[in-house]
Ligand binder design. Structure first.
Ligand code: ADP
Ligand code: GLC
Length: 493
C-alpha cells in the first residue's frame, strides 16, 4: 500500500455540472479513476464553478457559505457540494455572488465576456480558500488550463506558507495551448498578484499578462494530455507563443495520455443506445446503424458506409476543410457514403454545414447543437468517425469510437497519432488537404465494401484498452514524485 496523497483538482468544467469540451470528461473520469486505484489511497476532491442550474442537479446541495477576500472585494461564496457520478469523489462548486450565472460559460455569440479576467480570478481566489473552509488539507493543487492556472502563482499569496498545516505542491495540466487567458496589463489588479510578477519570467507576455504562462512558470510539474502533443508544443507554431516557456520547464514537463470513462462509454450498456453490442457480440451494431439511418432519414437502398462527425465546429477540428471537401465531392456526385454530423461552435461554419445539408438532406443527417445522447448514437451507429483536426492535444472521440467498433479517420497529429494505428485500428490521412481527405474517405469506403478486413479492424479497435483505470496510475506516480522532489523555486513568493 502506497502512502496516502490528497489532491485538490481545480477545473472550470466537469460533468455533469458544466461541459463545453473534453476537459469536462477528463475532469470527471480521471479523479474517479484515481480514487478507485487498488492499493492506493488518494483523497481527491474537485473544485469547480457553480454554473447555472447546479443546485438542481441530483445530489447537489448548498454545503456552506463563507466570505472570501478577492480582487473584487470581499465576496460571499456559496459552496454547492455533490459527488462525481455514482462514486465518492466530492465536487465543490463555488458561486461567488452569481458571476457564473450567465447563459454562457466563457462568452456568448462567439465573443468572450469582457470581464473574464475578473470572473476567473475570483474563481481561483475562492477555490484556494475553500479547503480550509471545508476542513480539507490537500498535499497537491492540480490546476487545469488557463481558467485555473492563476491558482498556481497565487497559492503562496492567498494561503501564506506559515498558516498552512503542510507544504503544498502544484501541478498544471494543459489541455489546449490555443487558449491562454491573455489580458491587457492595465487589468493586472484583477489578478490579485503583486506587481513583481509582471516580468518576462513571471506572467508578462508580449506587453500583456498570460494566466497560462503563470501556471507554467511556477508549478512544480507541467503536464499535457499526450506524449505526441508534448513534443509539438515545445516548438512553434504548436506552442502558440509559449514554446519558450515550456522549453524552460522541459525537465518538469510530461505528456500523459488521456483515457476514457469506459462505464460512461460502453456499447454493451450505453443507456443512450436502443440496441447494444460488444466485442464478443458485434452483430447488433449493424441493426443499430440501420435503425438510426431510418430515424435520420438516410434512405439509400445500396450498401454504404456511414461516416460520423461529433465535434466542436472550429478550425482546430478541420470541419471547415471537411465541409468544403464535401461540397466539392457532392458536385461530382459522390459523398462516399452517408453522413451523421453533430456539432456547434463557429456560426459561419455552422452555416456552411447547413447549406451542405440543404443540398443533400437524404445523405446527411445534421444537428447543430450540443446533444450528449446523439453523440453516443452517432458514435455507436457509424462505421467511421471522421476527425480531421489541424492539431489535437489528445482527442477523446476517436477513443470512444474505437470502443464502439467505429473506425476513426484522423489527421495523425498529437493525441490522434498516439491513439490510432493506421490500417490497424483506424485510417490516417496522408495529407490534411482536400485531396488527402478524399483519398482517406475513398479508402474507408473501399474497406467497407470489401468486408472482411474492416471486420478485423473493428475487432482490433474494440480490443484497445483506453480506460483511465490503467492510465490514472501515471498521475498517481506523478503526484508521489512531486512530493518527493524539491519544490519549484518562486523568487516572488
Ligand atoms: P475538445 O475538447 O477539443 O472539444 P475532445 O475530443 O477532447 O475535443 O472532447 C470533446 C467532447 O465533447 C467529447 O466528449 C465529445 O463527445 C463532446 N462533444 C463535442 N461536440 C459535441 C456536441 N455537439 N454535442 C455533444 N457532445 C459533443
Ligand atoms: C482539449 C483538447 C482535446 C483534449 C481535451 C481533454 O479540449 O482540445 O484534444 O482531448 O482537452 O484533455
Amino acid at each position: 500500500m502506497n502512502r496516502s496523497v490528497s489532491v485538490f483538482f481545480l477545473t472550470s468544467e466537469v460533468l455533469p455540472v458544466v461541459k463545453t469540451g473534453g476537459l469536462a470528461d477528463v475532469s470527471a473520469a480521471l479523479p474517479a479513476a484515481l480514487s478507485e486505484l487498488p492499493d492506493e489511497t488518494i483523497d481527491i476532491r474537485i473544485g469547480t464553478l457553480a454554473f447555472r442550474g447546479v443546485e438542481k442537479l441530483p445530489g447537489y446541495s448548498l454545503a456552506k457559505t463563507f466570505v472570501a477576500r478577492t480582487p473584487a472585494g470581499p465576496l460571499t461564496i456559496r459552496i454547492f457540494e455533490g459527488r462525481l457520478g455514482k462514486g465518492d469523489v466530492p465536487v465543490y462548486a463555488v458561486d461567488p455572488e452569481g458571476i457564473f450565472d450567465r447563459p454562457g460559460l466563457y462568452g456568448e455569440y462567439g465573443s468572450e465576456y469582457p470581464d473574464n479576467l475578473e470572473r476567473f480570478s475570483v474563481l481561483n481566489h475562492a477555490l484556494l480558500h475553500l479547503p480550509a473552509v471545508m476542513g480539507f488539507s490537500p498535499d497537491i493543487i492540480h490546476a487545469n488550463d488557463w481558467q485555473t492556472a492563476l491558482s498556481v502563482p497565487l497559492l503562496p499569496h492567498v494561503i501564506r506558507p506559515r498558516t498552512r498545516t503542510k507544504p503544498q505542491r502544484t501541478v498544471i495540466s494543459i489541455h489546449n495551448m490555443a487558449f491562454q487567458g491573455v489580458y491587457p496589463l492595465d487589468q493586472w489588479h484583477w489578478t490579485g498578484l503583486p506587481p513583481s510578477y509582471n516580468r518576462f519570467d513571471g506572467l508578462e507576455y508580449h506587453g500583456r499578462l498570460s494566466l497560462l504562462k503563470g501556471g507554467i512558470q511556477f508549478s512544480d510539474v507541467v503536464t499535457t494530455v499526450s506524449p505526441g502533443y508534448r513534443e509539438e508544443v515545445l516548438t512553434e507554431p504548436g506552442g502558440f507563443g509559449l514554446s519558450g516557456a515550456l522549453r524552460h520547464r522541459q525537465d518538469r514537463f510530461v505528456g500523459l495520455l488521456n483515457g476514457i470513462d469506459d462505464r460512461e462509454w460502453d456499447p454493451s450498456s450505453d443507456p443512450f443506445l436502443p440496441i447494444h453490442f460488444s466485442r464478443v457480440d458485434p452483430a447488433p451494431k449493424e441493426f443499430l446503424k440501420q435503425r438510426m439511418r431510418k430515424e435520420w432519414r438516410l434512405f439509400s437502398a445500396e450498401p454504404r458506409p456511414l461516416f460520423g462527425v461529433v465535434s466542436r465546429m472550429a478550425h482546430q477540428k478541420g470541419l471547415d476543410l471537411l465541409v468544403e471537401t464535401l461540397f466539392a465531392m457532392g458536385r461530382e456526385g459522390n459523398l462516399e457514403g452517408d453522413w451523421a454530423v453533430l456539432g456547434a461552435g463557429d456560426s459561419a461554419l455552422e452555416e456552411r454545414w447547413r447549406a451542405l445539408h440543404a443540398i443533400y438532406p437524404d445523405q446527411i443527417h445534421l444537428r447543430i447543437g450540443f446533444d450528449e445522447a446523439l453523440a453516443h448514437r452517432i458514435i455507436g451507429a457509424a462505421d467511421f468517425l471522421v476527425v480531421p483536426s489541424v492539431y489535437e492535444p489528445c482527442g477523446l472521440t476517436q477513443m470512444y469510437a474505437m470502443r464502439y467498433g467505429t473506425l476513426p479517420v484522423v489527421n495523425p497529429t498529437g493525441g490522434l497519432r498516439d491513439t490510432v494505428e493506421d490500417g490497424k485500428t483506424g485510417i490516417w490521412l496522408d495529407d490534411l488537404s482536400e485531396s488527402g481527405l478524399r483519398r482517406s474517405l475513398r479508402t474507408a469506403r473501399g474497406l467497407y465494401l470489401a468486408g472482411k478486413e474492416i471486420g478485423e479492424m473493428k475487432q482490433r479497435a474494440m480490443a484497445v484498452d483506453s480506460s483511465w483505470s490503467n492510465r490514472a496510475r501515471e498521475y498517481s506516480r506523478l503526484y508521489r514524485n512531486i512530493l518527493d522532489a524539491p519544490p519549484c523555486h518562486n523568487p516572488f513568493a
